[in-house]
Design a binder for this molecule. Sequence first.
Ligand code: ADP
Ligand code: MG
Length: 617
Amino acid sequence: MACLHKKTNKEMLALLFCGLFLFLGWYFETKIDLLAIIFYIISFIIGGFAKLKEGLILLLKDKELNANILMFLSVIGAAAIGFWLEGGILIFIFALSGALESYTLNKSEKDLSSLIKLKPETASVLVGKDEKRVLVEEVKIGDLVIVRPFEKIPVDGVVVEGVSAVNQAMITGESLLVEKKAKDKVYAGTMNGQGSLIIKVTCLSNQSLFARIIKLVQEAKENVPKKQLKIRNFEKIYTKVILVLTFFLILLPYLFLGFSLSYALYRAMVFLVVATPCAIVASIMPAVLAAMSNGARKGVLFKSGVQLEALANAKIIAFDKTGTLTTGILEVTDFEIFEKKMSVEDFFKAVGSIESLSEHPIAKAIVRKAKALKLNLELPTQFKALAGMGVKAFYDGVEWQIGKPELILEKGEFDESLLKEESKTVVLVKRDGKVIGKIFLSDTVRKNAANVISKLRKLGLKVAMVTGDGSIPAEKIAEVAGIDYYFSCLLPEEKLEKIKKLKKEFGSIAMVGDGVNDTPAMVEADISIAMGRIGSDFVLETADVVLMNDDLEKLPYIISLGRRMNRIIKQNLVFAVFVIIFLIFVNFLQVISLPFGVIGHESSTILVILNSLRLLK
Ligand code: ADP
Ligand code: MG
């Protein structure tokens, strides 16, 4: 980051000196020839160094010519036929466009990193029987840290309790699950699986989400939009064609049209200058970076620019329910205990203890209820999350399951009174093979959900909802929020199937979610958006776009932003191509001089970049 900032400063300084020596060269041109040429050469070197280096690196990497190299050939050509000043202006403006590009890049990186600071990385440390959420920097060696299912392991340590499959892709680069049990080492940044772990910290944390996101943004720059890739391929072929044409433009008029060699060379140089595709090449990336930067300042993290393109093209947007359309802060409103001998306290002590190891909004509500009853919770053992279904664990020596009726009830066990559909979310509790209770929870729809959905509709999108919850709560929320299509009682894989179907029917699809149960569907969607606050680490890692403040209002905004970006890129390309064709045409009519060619060509590049910078606003 700091290094990029320095780069922009260095570029500005180079620009300044390039201009200064250019001026000196021009000043002495009519007075002392040799001195003028020396000044020009100095100005060429200072102004052209960065771009030439960039061009050469690309040349060595691709073994293909690129616009930068063409540019330098035209500068050398211009100087060779005595047009030093024009060559200098070419270099100067070329360096200016480079500095402008770095400025956008710098700005977008700064905005992105300031955004990341919004979500500090924390760890749940066990203090006696209680747990405390602290910043990872404050975790000490020897502390016991609880890692819930699908959370990122915040520090390096050794497992003391629990069994879970951990995804170590963060360190090994391979998405392989490694089974971890007591005494195994676990590493910060790796992703916990279904089990819950308690780990003893063995080493202090310096590795922050911040550092990782910078890496991510760095990668995002390499993850170039499809359009940019097409342009790069085009650039390779185009550059070769232009060089061959230039060669013939020197030769043919000289041989057949009676041009003098120097005049033929002059015309060919004008051609080379105006035909160089700088403006086309500069049409996309600055626009993408400016748009990403704009998003970052509004609390939206784009992991790469490709995603804005996808967002602009989305035809339908699918929402998860709990935690996405609703606040995800549920409340236990009611419960029934079927076991006569069991007291309310015993019941909630058990379910609260078991759910204390889950990250699910339902679990949090049950734990809150247990704590409200002033119960001392204990940790269960062999805890396992069953995504989209519920949880199971051992407590008091027997196995418990808490979750949706479909999970709890075996075939044939269907009891009308248990399954009677409620407008509230229902979970059943099973202890040692026997259903012993049921809990009702209610959730509130986010305040702005209906408003956001109507805005999305106005943007021409269809709106769907896919939820794991029962059909009556789903219907109620779909109605309040104004959803076109909704699907309930879905397992994670069924959510994926629904997304596939919607995609086939409507075209490009976006999916917004917060839970682990949403991730298969999110991967299937053309573009996935995660709720940054309520979302679990696993979802944040998987999603293409993160709404840092869980603000649904940002959805219509980013879709408009993506569309605006596409529009600006289109304008840029049309304009750039038009200018090139026009200048080539007037050069054939022999009515354009080299200085005008230089100015026409370079100002189109600068204009294109300035047009893109409008996206910062
Ligand atoms: P949504 O798709 O609406 O976000 P989920 O797929 O996360 O909902 O959950 C689906 C259902 O699975 C819930 O309605 C609940 O019945 C059950 N469930 C999931 N996790 C838990 C848990 N930790 N405790 C109890 N029930 C759970
Ligand atoms: Mg959810």
